[in-house]
Design a protein around this ligand. Structure first.
Ligand SMILES: NCc1[nH]cc(CCC(=O)O)c1CC(=O)O
Length: 314
C-alpha cells in the first residue's frame, strides 16, 4: 500500500507512522508517552497522532452498563486501522473486547502501570474511614458490587465522563469520593489526589487494567519487529490469562466481572470474580499454575466461577 518502508539511518520502521487514539486527556497523554518512546528509538521517523472520535465519546451521558455491547471506545479506531488511515492504534487494554476483528492483532503490550483502583475522597482517607452512608461515584458494575460487599452502607451514585470531570464533580460536592483506576491518575501525574490505593484483595481490578495495547494489522512484519522493544513479557502473560478468562465468559457478558493475574517467578496467580446483576451476590475464585499456560489458567478460572454458581447469573 501507500507507505514506503525502507530503513533509514536509525533503522526506522516506517518513514511515517500514523497512530490512532481517542481524544480524551488520558488517551492523548498515554499515546504521547508511547509516541515519545518510539521517537527516541527512531529519531528520524515522522510520527503523526490521529485523534478518532468513538461511540463511547459521543454517547457521553448514557451509563456505560446501559449502552451495552463492548468495544465502545475501540470500534472506530479499529475501523481506521483496517482502512489504513492509521498504522497503529493505542488503547487502554481494559477497553478492548475479548475478541479482536479479523486481520488485527495485539502487536505489543508495554509494562503494566499500577493495576489497582484508587479512592479519591474528601471525606475519609480510605474506604474504611468513610462516614456511614457516604456517597461514592462510580459507574462500573465491577466496582459497585465489590464496594457493596465491603461497605453495604455506602450510597453508590452513577457517574461517567473523563477523569478530570469526575474529580471536579467530587470537589464541588456531588460525591464524598470516587473510585477510579490508579493507572489513569498516575499517567496524568495526579498521584497526590489519591487518598487510598485499594488492595486487589478488596477490589479486584478489571481485565487488563493498567495495561496499554498497541494494535496493528496482521502481516506487517517490519512494524511488528519495530514495536518489539516496547513489549513486556510478564505483562503479556498476565494479560493473556485475564483475556482468556474474559473470552470464556463470553464477549457479550454484561455481568460484573474482574480478573487479575500476577506472575511470581515461574508461576502465574490469577484471581477472578463474578457478580450477579442485582449486585447482591459475588463469587470469587483463584488458581495458580505455570506462566506458560496463561490461556489455560484464565479459561479454567472462568469455568470454575461458572460452575461455582456464576452460570445462574447469566
Ligand atoms: N473505562 C475507562 C478507562 N479505561 C482505562 C482506564 C484507566 C487506565 C487503565 O486501566 O489503563 C479508564 C478510567 C478508569 O477506569 O478509571
Amino acid at each position: 500500500m501507500g507507505w514506503e518502508s525502507k530503513k533509514g539511518r536509525d533503522g526506522l520502521i516506517r518513514q511515517t507512522l500514523k497512530i490512532g487514539t481517542r481524544g480524551s486527556a488520558l488517551a492523548l497523554t498515554q499515546t504521547r508517552q508511547i509516541a515519545a518512546l518510539l521517537q527516541n528509538q527512531y529519531p528520524s521517523m515522522q510520527i503523526e497522532i490521529v485523534v478518532i472520535k468513538t461511540s463511547g465519546d459521543i454517547q457521553k451521558d448514557v451509563p456505560l452498563a446501559k449502552i451495552g455491547g463492548k468495544g465502545l471506545f475501540i470500534k472506530e479506531i479499529e475501523e481506521a486501522l483496517l482502512a489504513g488511515t492509521v498504522d497503529l492504534a493505542i488503547h487502554s487494554m481494559k477497553d478492548l473486547p475479548a475478541e479482536l476483528p479479523e486481520g488485527l492483532q495485539i502487536a505489543a503490550v508495554p509494562v503494566r502501570e499500577d493495576p489497582r483502583d484508587v479512592l479519591i475522597s474528601a471525606a475519609g482517607r480510605g474506604v474504611d474511614d468513610l462516614p456511614e452512608g457516604a456517597r461514592i461515584g462510580t459507574g462500573s458494575l465491577r466496582r459497585i458490587v465489590q464496594l457493596h460487599s465491603w461497605r453495604p452502607d455506602l450510597e453508590i451514585v452513577p457517574i461517567r465522563g473523563n477523569l478530570d470531570t469526575r474529580i471536579r464533580k467530587m470537589k464541588q460536592g456531588d460525591f464524598d469520593g470516587i473510585v477510579v483506576a490508579a493507572a489513569g491518575i498516575l499517567r496524568m501525574g495526579w498521584a497526590e489526589q489519591v487518598t487510598q490505593f485499594i488492595p486487589a484483595e478488596r477490589m479486584l481490578p478489571a481485565v487488563g487494567q493498567g495495561v496499554l495495547c498497541l494494535e496493528t494489522r496482521i502481516g506487517e512484519a517490519d512494524l511488528d519487529a519495530g514495536l518489539a522493544f516496547l513489549e513486556d513479557g510478564r505483562t503479556r502473560r498476565e494479560v493473556t490469562a485475564e483475556r482468556a478468562f474474559l473470552r470464556r465468559l463470553g464477549g457479550g457478558c454484561s455481568l460484573p466481572v474482574a480478573a487479575f493475574a500476577e506472575e511470581r517467578g515461574d508461576a502465574l496467580l490469577i484471581r477472578g470474580m463474578v457478580g450477579s446483576l442485582d449486585e447482591q451476590t459475588l463469587i470469587r475464585h483463584r488458581l495458580q499454575g505455570s506462566a506458560e499456560k496463561a490461556v489455560d489458567l484464565g479459561t479454567e478460572l472462568a469455568d470454575a466461577l461458572l460452575d461455582g454458581g456464576g452460570r445462574a447469573f447469566l
